[in-house]
Structure formats: C-alpha cells, structure tokens
Write a protein that binds this ligand. Structure first.
Ligand code: WTA
Length: 671
C-alpha cells in the first residue's frame, strides 16, 4: 500500500502558513451572561469528570437513559482494545427514544417535522412515531428478522429512515445504512460483508426537483447469486415505476402499514451490537465500524444535551446530515429522540428550489439549534449574505459545525450572518448565537472535542476542548506528548463510552488500524496542535483519507476503482485543497496502449469511478501522466502529487527512485 510515511509532517507543513495565522487567532467570544445563566452544563462538569471518569459516565448513563436492568460494572478494560461499558446492564434503544417519553406524558410533543424536497410535509408526535416503530418492528420480525440479524438500509432522508433504524434497534437487529449516493457495486459489497438478511429502500427520492431512483441500485446489487437477502421492503416515495420481484419485494405500506401497533420492547445487553456503518480507511476495502448500545447511547445523549445546550421543551433542533453518515445516526436518529427533543428532517438540497430554502425552513419551523458542515456554510457564503439575510432567523440560539475544519472566515460569517440575524430586517442581535465546532469520527461514535456553549469563550477555527470525560492528547512519532504550539498526531488516551467496538468481522484490522501505531492509545488519523491557551486545532488527515464536502473518501479506494478499468495501468489519487468543499479528488493516471488517444477517456474514467463507488467519489480532475513519483521501495509519493494538484512548487523530491519523473509530469501537464 502506498502510504506516505512523512504524511504527518507533510500535512502540517502544507497547512503551515495558514496555521501560523490561525494560531494568532485572538478573537474570543464568551457566552453572554444570559446564555450562561440558563445553560444546562456549567464549568464544574470538567473537574467532576476528571476526578472520576467512569463515575462521571455511569452518572450520565443512569441519568439520561432508562435501563431494563441496571449495570454494576461501568467499564471493563481488562482486555484492551476491547472495551465493555455498562457490560451487565440491559436496555432498549427504541424504548429510550420513544416509549418512555410517551409513558412520561410527552406523547403529544412533536418528535419530527418532516419537509420533503417537493414541499410535502408530515409531523410525527412521540406517540405517533412510537406507533410507527412498533409496526415496523413487527413487520421486520414477520419477515424473519431476529435479534443479531443485519438489515441493510438504503433510504433517502425521510422519516422512514429513522423509523427503520429504531425498529431494528428495538428488536436487536443490527442496521447497516449505506448512503444513497453510493453505487450498486458499493452497496453490494456492504450487503455481502455484513451478510444482511433484509434490505429497506425506497423507489427513489427527489434531487433538485426531479425524481431520483434508489431501488434499481438494490436490484443490481442483488443480481449476483449467493447473497443472504431474503426480502426487500420498499417505501413508495417518488412514485416512479420500479422493477419488482414477487416474493422478495414488499411495499412498506403493505408490510409495515398492515402490521400490529402492539410491540413490547425487551432489554438488550449494553454491549449488544446496535449498528455497523462502513467508512473509508487507508486501504481499498471499506471498514464496517461496529457500535454497541449502552455506551454509544450514553455519549450520544450526553453530548447532544451538553454541546447544543439542549432545552427539549422549547428547542427546535435541525441537523442537516444525511442518515447515510454517522452524524445522521448519532445526531438525527438517536440522540435527539433519546433526549425528547423536537427536530426537523429535510429531504433535499439547500438550493432546491431556491438558494434560500434552508433559511426559509428555519424561519418556518423556528429552528433554534442548527448543526451543519463547513462546506454548506462556505457554499452559502458564495451565494451571498443577502439570501439568508432576507429571512427571520432570530429563533437560532446555537450553531454547530462538523465534518471538517471550519476556517475562521467561514466561522465569522456563520456567526454574523446566521447567528446574529435578528429578524430578516437587517437588525443584528446584541449577543449572536454561540458556535460549537465539534470534532469526532464514525469510530468515536459521538462528539469528542467541542466547546460548551454556556462555558467556553469560543475561538474561530478551533474545536477547542476535549469534552468532559474525554482524554485527548497530541503526540509525536514516538508517542510522546508535544508541547503547546507543536504539531503532531491526535490520540485518545482513555476508552470512551461511544468508542467503536471493532471492525465487523475483522478483529485484527481493528487493532492494527487504531491501536498499533502508539502503545495503549487510539490513533485517530488526524493531525492536531494545541495552541498557547491549550485549545485544540485540527489539521486534517495524516493518512490516505480525504474529506470532500465533509464526506470521507479513501484515496486508495478510488485508486482501486481507477485501475479496475482496462484503460488504466496505474493511478494515484490525492485530495487537493478547495475553498468550498475542503478538498477535491484529483487523480493522476497512466493509461494503457490506445487509451492514450481516446479523447473521452477522462469522462469515461470519471463515470467508471461513479459506477464503482458512487457519484460522490468521482474525481473532479483527472490528469493523464507518463509516470508516477515513487520512492525506491515503490511507494507513490502523494505529497509531491499534492503539490502539483494544488499548484505549488514541488517539495523535496530527493527520495524518488527516478528524479526526472516530476519534470516529466510537469511537461505532460503543460501540453
Ligand atoms: C474530520 C464525521 C476538523 C476529521 C463526524 C475526522 C473534522 C473525520 C471535524 C471523520 C472538525 C470531523 N474539525 N476535522 N470539527 N469533524 N472532522 O468519520 O478528519 O465521516 O477524522 O465523521 O472528519 O469523518 P467521519
């Protein structure tokens, strides 16, 4: 595998200049007196957690969740890196998200406001959502799904996605959501790896006003013999014609719609698997990240309450993430419902049918907490501040950011244009909404580094502080802590409740990927730095993972897709810095034989990647080159290709086996 061993230093040196400016960031925005006075979390929380970390998490587990059977042991770390949290306790995720709120008299509270892309709307109270989930649980059981079985989910951002996840959790089935932007091939490999018994999908969705199909990808994924899928449940969403296999396919309305609304939630072990979510790593094969129940839900609920200062009686919360990503799991399907919040779910893109759609929705539903990605913020910046400024966004109280570093310029725009909007008439709030930049990963399950909005004086561009109960450090190559101001690798020193419990079906890969780089520490794959105040700055990935619009993509996975095309002899992929999307995919390919003369080869290869992985992975740029820069041991030096892709002078090329290669590449690109 072509892993560039100097990646960490490259990552930090590439961002070096920008970082110098960042570290001189001295703007601070303390919470207003009013916000601080009403905040759900106060400063004492850090000390309390530090004094006895397990006791702190045990208190959160009992305070935020209802247990079918209480636990006696908080953490079992006797066999690292395999953790057990609340190991002898039992609980039911769906009961915690639904039934108990109804039992507590909150049945009439709105759980979900749904707005479809075409403008259709639905509202679910907690009582109604509970009923739907019970029906889905009965329907899945009647299709033979039992505790421990895997259910693949390939759905758009509609309430049925949340209902499906909770119905699986209710019966102890393990959901494996595949983002709707992944291709049939990607879906097939995930269905096969997890050996899913059931697939839940929709005929399709809407994309920028037009129907967009989903079921054909499921059909294509299931053409090969030998798969484990018995049934496909299909939500009718856009009404387009679909192929149908009698006996295998069932409409949601016929199966879930006809099922009984009586279903008793039993307790599952705290360490019972809750879901698998595939994510890109440094090799071509996606990893099925495994999360279990008790610890995951504890940290999901705690962080959602603490970081967003959640007041569930009055807040309207909106996380714009798709359920296909971890943010849509933790902060759409689970935490808001566990915490009894009211949330908005929106199916479409921010620019459909017009570029003010998001702000119109915030005005309409009086959204008070918005959680989105820097890419979206930068895109809205490009469209112009006049658009959001026309709408009344005065309901907003807290603004969250996730998925990639947020540059101070975007941070300030978010604060000023969205957070300070006092009613769409150009007036500004005296105290703009605090911004919480949240660092975490599919693997960490829940937020790990973020300010607490009623406590922390926020700082543009920095995720700032490890959350109470979380032990983060920055270390050098040898695993030694580095002083403030020095770059290094982000590690997590102590187990945390929502940590991944493994990689599905591959124990060794779990150890190798996360726990072998440094002794007894979790290696996150990110570069980071503490500044002089001790605030954490995230510096981007130090491995072969790219971040495009907050979507995680693997350079090697895209390289594998490219070389699987008969016209490609060799390929190297890098993430090049991009003002809006954070990074873009740039591919360098060496072609075979006559492909060199094919004028359409670039389009062909882009479509090929789209077919192999999905449209989100299509390289923005494909450069045809005669050679690739390699070390004497044959590793591709992506660092040099990144210099080319980002238009910089090429850095130190002295370790190349053939140092005329960079000149050859430069010459061929000039042509
Ligand atoms: C990056 C998304 C800087 C980081 C929740 C991490 C961030 C990867 C931030 C995980 C942030 C996420 N600041 N970088 N606030 N949040 N990242 O698994 O590189 O899709 O390792 O989880 O996104 O991406 P994933």
């Amino acid at each position: 595998m072509s892993q560039d061993t100097t990646a960490a230093s490259a990552a930090t040196s590439n961002t070096g200049d920008a970082l110098e400016n960042l570290l001189h960031e001295n703007r601070r925005f303390p919470p207003s007196a009013d916000f601080a006075a009403h905040a759900v979390i106060q400063a004492g929380e850090y000390e309390e957690a530090a004094a006895d970390r397990p006791a702190f998490w045990a208190k959160q587990a009992r305070g935020l969740l209802s247990w079918h059977k209480d636990f006696t042991e908080t953490l079992d770390w006797s066999n690292p890196p395999f953790a057990k949290w609340f190991g002898d306790g039992q609980l039911n995720a769906a009961y915690n998200a639904l039934d108990r709120h109804v039992e507590n008299g909150l049945g009439e509270r709105v759980a979900i406001y749904f707005e479809g892309e075409p403008g259709d709307t639905r509202t679910y109270t907690y009582a109604q959502l509970t009923e739907e989930v019970k029906k889905a649980a009965n329907a899945f059981e009647s299709l033979g799904v039992v505790k421990g079985d895997r259910v693949a989910v390939y759905l758009p951002m509609i309430p049925e996605a949340v209902i499906t996840l909770l119905a699986c959790a209710r019966i102890g089935a393990v959901h494996s959501v595949v983002f709707g932007g992944f291709s049939a091939d990607a879906l097939r490999s995930r269905i096969d790896d997890a050996e899913a018994k059931l697939v839940v999908t929709a005929d399709g969705t809407y994309r920028r006003g037009k129907p967009s199909a989903l079921k054909p990808a499921v059909d294509a994924a299931l053409t090969a013999p030998g798969h484990t899928v018995g049934h496909v449940v299909v939500v009718k969403r856009n009404g387009e014609n679909v192929d149908w296999i009698e006996g295998r396919d069932l409409w949601w309305d016929d199966s879930v719609g006809a099922a009984s609304a009586e279903h008793t939630a039993v307790g599952h072990d705290a360490e019972h698997p809750l879901f698998i979510l595939y994510t890109s790593g440094t090799t071509g094969r996606p990893k099925g990240i495994l999360h279990t129940t008790g610890g995951y839900l504890t940290q999901a609920a705690y962080t959602h309450k603490a970081v967003f200062d959640l007041h569930p009686e009055t807040d309207v919360y909106w996380c714009t993430a798709d359920v296909g990503w971890v943010t849509g799991h933790t902060y759409v399907a689970y935490a808001p419902l566990i915490n009894g919040a009211t949330q908005l779910i929106y199916e479409g893109t921010p620019d459909s049918p017009h570029q003010g759609r998001w702000w119109e929705l915030i005005e309409k539903y009086k959204v008070s907490i918005l959680y989105t990605a820097p890419t979206a913020i930068r895109t809205c910046m490009k469209w112009g501040r006049e658009i959001p400024s026309k709408y009344d966004l005065s309901s907003i109280r807290v603004l969250g950011s996730v998925g990639e570093p947020i540059n101070p310029e975007a941070w300030m725009w978010y604060r000023d244009v969205i957070g300070a909007n006092a009613g769409g008439n150009g007036e500004k709030k005296e105290n703009p909404a605090p911004i919480v930049d949240t660092w975490w990963q599919t693997e960490t399950g829940a937020q790990m580094i973020a300010p607490l909005p009623g406590v922390t004086a926020t700082k543009p561009g920095s995720a700032q502080t490890p959350l109470p109960g979380i032990a983060v450090d920055v270390v050098d190559e040898m695993g030694e802590s580095v002083p403030n101001g020095s770059g290094g690798y982000l590690v997590i020193r102590e187990p945390w409740p929502a940590m991944l419990r493994g990689i599905w079906g591959d124990e060794q890969r779990y150890k190798d990927t996360y726990w072998s780089r440094f002794d007894s520490m979790y290696f996150a794959g990110d570069g980071a730095k503490f500044d002089d105040d001790g605030d954490v700055w995230l510096l981007g990935r130090v491995d072969d993972v790219m971040n495009v619009s907050g979507h995680r993509l693997s350079t090697t996975e895209i390289e594998s897709a490219l070389v699987s095309h008969p016209s490609v002899a060799e390929a190297a992929v890098v993430g090049a810095a991009d003002e809006t999307t954070g990074q873009t995919v740039v591919a360098f390919v060496i072609l075979r034989g006559s492909a060199v003369d094919d004028p359409d080869i670039v389009t062909t290869l882009r479509n090929h990647v789209g077919k192999e992985i999905g449209p989100i992975a299509k390289p923005k740029t494909i450069l045809v080159v005669p050679e690739l820069p390699k070390t004497r041991s044959g590793k591709i030096m992506r660092r040099l290709l990144k210099d080319v892709a980002e238009g910089r002078d090429v850095g130190d090329a002295s370790t190349l086996a053939d140092n005329s290669v960079m000149q050859q590449i430069a010459d061929s690109l000039k042509k």
